[in-house]
Write a protein that binds this ligand. Structure first.
Ligand code: SF4
Length: 406
């Protein structure tokens, strides 16, 4: 069998990059200080990029940096210095959308070049063109069907990356100016304010239609967990998870769930029950409905929300395991959400599935018994029926409430 498919995770901070790698990502993509498409809060400084690359390379993993802005003149003169800086740091690839930047980077650096999904590549002619320009990998548009992928693989010998999980755009990714018009935030310069998820009133002759629910353009999320075997057999080289703004809990959960399914596929131990369980975990953490979107070649009404959306509240992320005392059967936890004696909690980690147990004893750092843990980042010890491991995560299923939010 050839090289295994790469699992590629998002990271909006050094902390989430480390958790993504720890929980099984083969590579991580990040935004640098310039030329990216996400808000500044989730972009890395040059020093953080250096640390990220060092950490990833120590673990034999890769770091890709987005250079996928829609470029205006003022950015052109800064391009050369920026690309050279990324080359010096030894990032593993750039993710670029503008063919001019691909050509420039090819001529002036020796960096590996991936074409961003912002380029909306859906056919082999475009793929061939981008390969000839210098790209070694194409991140296909989220709108690619399996027939599109097969055809591209048949005609062009190039690495193909596709999205497997996360939010969708109601337009071809980023080719939308709703955000610019409504909030003066440019979605192609990192500012999308997700107008497609807002509620809009329906008007008739300028009057709000009575009795009509508000309308939204909002799409459901993408989840390809049930299609992993089929996608590997199509010869896709990299599976990408969306979400550089997501929490470490979300990243760890989604990455480890796909890691387990991908590994089980290659080890020939994957069962339909495992896929079903994985789907339940992903549905709970995402807090939104999901579909396989365009993959099967049919994009129907089930892929879209129209009148607000029903959300099922997900699990609470309770804390991180910092240490474990085998003799006393106590785990040291850093709190992230309120928990108390009597709660049924679950713990999962990079290399093992969920342990479920009822919290029977909680102690503070001085050994005093506690009933509740309600201070942010409070460090406590809890009694556990099985040993836990450093960097395991503890969560609790919340009672399911239905609420309408867009
Ligand atoms: S407003 Fe919606 S459709 Fe437009 S770029 Fe943002 S996410 Fe995409």
């Amino acid at each position: 069998m050839g090289r295994r498919v790469e699992l590629l995770a998002p990271a909006g901070s050094l902390e989430s990059l480390k958790w993504a790698i720890l929980y099984g990502a083969d590579a991580v993509y990040v935004g640098g200080p310039g030329f990216g498409l996400r808000a500044n809060a989730t972009n890395f400084t040059i020093d953080e990029l250096k640390e990220a690359v060092e950490f990833a390379h120590q673990h034999q993993k890769k770091v890709y940096v987005t250079v996928n802005i829609v470029m205006h003149n003022q950015e052109v003169e800064k391009l050369d210095a920026y690309l050279k800086e990324l080359e010096k740091i030894e990032v593993d690839a750039l993710i670029i959308s503008d063919p001019a930047i691909i050509q420039y980077a090819k001529e002036h650096t020796s960096l590996e070049l991936h074409v961003s999904t912002q380029q909306s590549t859906l056919n082999y002619l475009g793929t061939k063109f981008l390969k000839e320009l210098g790209a070694s990998r194409i991140v296909l548009a989220r709108e690619a069907t399996k027939e599109d992928i097969l055809d591209i693989k048949k005609h062009v010998d190039i690495e193909i990356e596709t999205f497997i999980h996360g939010a969708m755009c109601a337009s071809y990714s980023g080719r939308c100016v709703l955000s610019n018009y409504f909030t003066a935030r440019d979605s192609n310069r990192g500012g999308c304010s997700q107008i497609c998820r807002w509620d809009f009133d329906l008007l008739e002759n300028g009057e709000k239609k009575q009795g009509e629910k508000p309308f939204t353009f909002c799409t459901k999320d993408l989840s390809m967990i049930t299609k992993i075997p089929e996608m590997i057999e199509l010869g896709i080289n990299s599976f990408k998870i969306e979400g550089r703004m997501r929490s470490i809990y979300y990243i760890a959960t989604v990455v480890s769930t796909y890691r387990n399914v991908i590994d089980a596929y290659y080890e020939k131990t994957l069962t339909s029950e495992m896929i079903e369980d994985a789907k339940k975990i992903l549905d709970a953490v995402a807090n939104r409905e999901s579909t396989v979107q365009f993959f099967d070649g049919y994009y129907g009404k089930d892929c879209q929300y129209y009148n607000g959306r029903l959300e099922l509240s997900n699990q609470d992320f309770l804390g991180i395991v910092l240490d474990y005392d085998d003799d006393k059967q106590l785990a040291k936890i850093e709190q992230r959400n309120y928990f108390k004696i009597g709660d049924t909690v679950e713990v999962f980690g990079p290399n093992h599935f969920v342990n479920k147990f009822i919290l029977s004893h909680i102690y503070d750092e001085e050994g005093n018994s506690l009933e509740v843990v309600n201070h942010p980042r409070q460090v406590v010890w809890i009694r556990t029926p099985q040993p836990l491991h450093v960097n395991d995560l503890m969560r609790m299923k919340k009672k399911i409430d239905k609420m309408s939010i867009s």
